[in-house]
Design a protein around this ligand. Structure first.
Ligand code: NCD
Ligand code: ZN
Length: 344
């Protein structure tokens, strides 16, 4: 069986830089027409000038003939100025500003300590129609890691959405029934991205027969009832939910470590694995809207006019890919993936 789709976009992606960028970009560019590129480099991409320079490095790393388009973002800090938002909007190359609560995840040390510090910036974004992309977890040490998303909604997100009633917000990588319910019931201009791992895996996958560092990401995998809620939302046909892989490569050594990095490298199976999730849910007919339409409409961008084709054929991603002198272990390494991308 074959499935031809309007070419999809990835609305949440980590491409990194240097050798890592060169290693991971071809996998995304083979599948997706565009991607929202996360700004959590070290140092973070906090200015339009830095975003434009990063964009050039991405374009230079593309395989010959690829017309993949990186959609850049800025990294919000307590010190971001409203003028930076005006510059970003005027550049035509920056499509959002990412809120990382300080300390929430990889390279988030420069993140926001209190969102109230950013009110002038949020007002400028509201005015410019610039999307706020949110890593929705509180970082207070007293909050259980599995409750961080729910508490973030109460303490930070719901009040911010009220304070800025026109601000467009993407609640990134939703992982809980609470987040799904919030997005479903929110005012216009609120949407969410959904990763493949949060559709396919629950937290048992972290401990299956031993500690599984390659299933560790943030927000961390949740209990089965949350997975079911996320899967149901993504496959519901609601235009508020769209594809964002959150493919987040880290070297094998930094994953398989006494303090392993968070992030699942899913780009090599970036659309195939969603087809699997939608097939399991009996919703393959809704994959195209989720992968190729809802996100573009939310961001106010044209739909892609080319296609990709997937075939229902088992294959196995390799145990690892090279990245400079290091290696990267992909999602489903050495395991069966049920759909395969047919070469264009
Ligand atoms: C991401 C990374 O490694 O940059 N990690 C992850 O587990 N998703 C950061 C993030 O999106 O939280
Ligand atoms: Zn991410």
């Amino acid at each position: 069986m074959k499935l031809t789709l309007r070419r999809p976009d990835d609305w949440h992606l980590h491409l990194r830089d240097g050798d890592m960028l060169a290693a991971v970009l071809p996998h995304t560019a083979a599948r997706f027409a565009r991607a929202i590129v996360m700004p959590n480099l070290a140092p973070p991409v906090t200015t339009t000038a830095a975003a434009l320079a990063y964009r050039e490095r991405i374009l230079a790393a593309l395989p010959a003939g690829s017309d993949f388009e990186p959609l850049m973002t800025l990294y919000l800090t307590d010190n971001t100025l409203a003028e930076e938002i005006h510059r970003a909007a005027a550049s035509g190359a920056v499509f959002g500003v990412k809120l990382y609560p300080a300390g929430a995840t990889t390279n988030s040390d420069s993140g926001v300590t209190h969102l109230r510090h950013c009110d002038a910036v949020l007002a400028a974004m509201e005015e410019a129609g610039m999307v706020l992309q949110v890593h929705g977890e509180v970082t207070a040490p007293g909050i259980d890691v599995f409750d961080r998303e729910r508490v973030f909604i109460e303490r930070v997100l719901a009040p911010a959405v009220e304070r800025f009633p026109q601000l467009k917000v993407v609640f990134e990588h939703v992982t809980t029934a609470d987040a799904v319910e919030f997005v479903r019931g929110a005012r216009d201009g609120i949407a969410a991205t959904v990763t493949p791992q949060h559709m396919l895996l629950n937290r048992n996958a972290l401990f299956a027969g031993g500690l599984r560092p390659h299933h560790y990401c943030l927000p961390v995998l949740k209990a089965e009832r949350h997975r079911e809620a996320v899967l149901a939302a993504a496959t519901s046909g609601s235009a508020r939910f769209f594809l964002g892989t959150d493919s987040a490569p880290h070297t094998r050594g930094s994953k398989e470590s006494s303090c392993g990095c968070a992030g699942i490298y899913s780009a090599p199976v970036g659309i195939e694995i969603y087809a699997e999730a939608f097939e399991q849910a009996g919703a393959l007919d809704r994959l195209e809207a989720f992968a190729s339409e809802h996100g573009a409409r939310f961001y106010g961008l044209p739909l892609n006019d080319t296609t990709i084709t997937l075939e229902r054929r088992d294959w196995m991603p390799p145990a690892e890919y090279a990245a400079g002198a290091d290696t990267l272990v992909p999602f489903r390494a050495g395991e069966t993936v049920r759909w395969q991308l047919v070469a264009a």
